[in-house]
Design a protein around this ligand. Structure first.
Ligand code: ZN
Length: 302
């Protein structure tokens, strides 16, 4: 019998579950992410598999980081224990089970394309708006793995530098090394950055969206600016790949009114005649890493 297990690995915790072909999640268990080196990390992964009776016959892993598609070597700023390791090979050997690894945004897109808001659709772009701006691309039900492990990363590159400067918002250097990345303005932290620049008020993204819902003028200006900065780059993605739907994940995706505003702004800017809602909340939130990782493992022989 085939039992597909999945891991969702982030900077604070390692989550484990079994995942059925229909995306049902069971046997969930969690351990803190070890930051004391590879051996402890590998042992934590093995302990979660053993705690479930070592029933898994194949494993998918979603990780907040990248895996170079040529070398298989992982790089994850928030999970330093895996840096420099070939996760698929080394964990397969340690566990005696085949392992597939994907980036967390890619796994979100795959989860949405298989059992979520993009189920059955030919081209799905999963976008992340939260602690950062990211994404993943699924075509014909298969995750697109770009050169050097990068696909769908529409948040990086100096794409909004001029738009930001024109609005009097400081043009800052991104963690990726470039200046004027959308990631610095289209994330939760970015919303706060826009707000302080435009209004002089320091507020959390949650407080800003709450104030916007209540009709606050300064918050409304921030949200309008935030949406404009996102809509330009996202419309280029739409024109380039022609997605049927863009499910959104990440912390900001829980605000339906915000996504609706982004949807309108994007559909106003694209060439295609999108009469249906294009930018929608993801339906697998809370389990998208686990589900997407499991769907990735489905590529492995049973
Ligand atoms: Zn960047």
């Amino acid at each position: 019998m085939t039992v597909t297990a999945a891991f969702d690995i982030g900077g604070s915790k390692i989550e484990y579950a079994r995942v059925g072909r229909d995306g049902t999640v069971s046997h969930r268990a969690t351990l803190p992410t070890p930051h004391t080196g590879w051996t402890d990390f590998r042992d934590a992964v093995a302990a979660l598999v053993a705690a479930d009776g070592s029933q898994a016959t194949r494993i998918g892993i979603s990780i907040a980081g990248t895996t170079d598609s040529a070398t298989g070597i992982a790089a994850a700023a928030n999970v330093p224990a895996v840096n420099g390791h070939h996760l698929e090979n080394e964990l397969s050997t340690a566990l005696g089970i085949p392992v597939r690894v994907g980036n967390d945004a890619d796994c979100f897109a795959l989860a949405e394309a298989t059992v979520g808001a993009g189920r059955g659709m030919p081209i799905v772009f999963g976008a992340i708006l939260g602690t950062g701006v990211g994404g993943g691309l699924v075509i014909g039900g298969r995750m697109v793995r770009g050169a050097h492990g990068v696909t769908g990363e529409w948040g990086h590159g100096p794409i909004v530098a001029e738009a930001v400067a024109a609005r009097g918002i400081p043009v800052i250097r991104c963690g990726c090394g470039q200046t004027g990345c959308l990631d610095s303005y289209g994330s939760a932290r970015g919303m706060e950055r826009i707000h302080v620049a435009l209004s002089g008020e320091t507020r959390t993204s949650h407080a800003i969206t709450e104030a916007w819902h209540a009709g606050d003028a300064a918050a409304t200006r921030t949200i309008e600016t935030f949406v404009e900065l996102i809509a330009g780059p996202l419309s280029v993605i739409v024109n380039t790949i022609g997605p049927s739907v863009i499910p959104v994940g990440g912390g900001l995706s829980s605000d339906a009114a915000l996504l609706s505003l982004i949807d309108s702004a994007v559909r106003d800017r694209v060439l295609g005649r999108y009469t249906e809602t294009l930018v929608v909340p993801g339906r697998t939130r809370g389990a998208s890493g686990l589900i997407g990782a499991a769907m990735l493992a489905e590529e492995l022989p049973a």
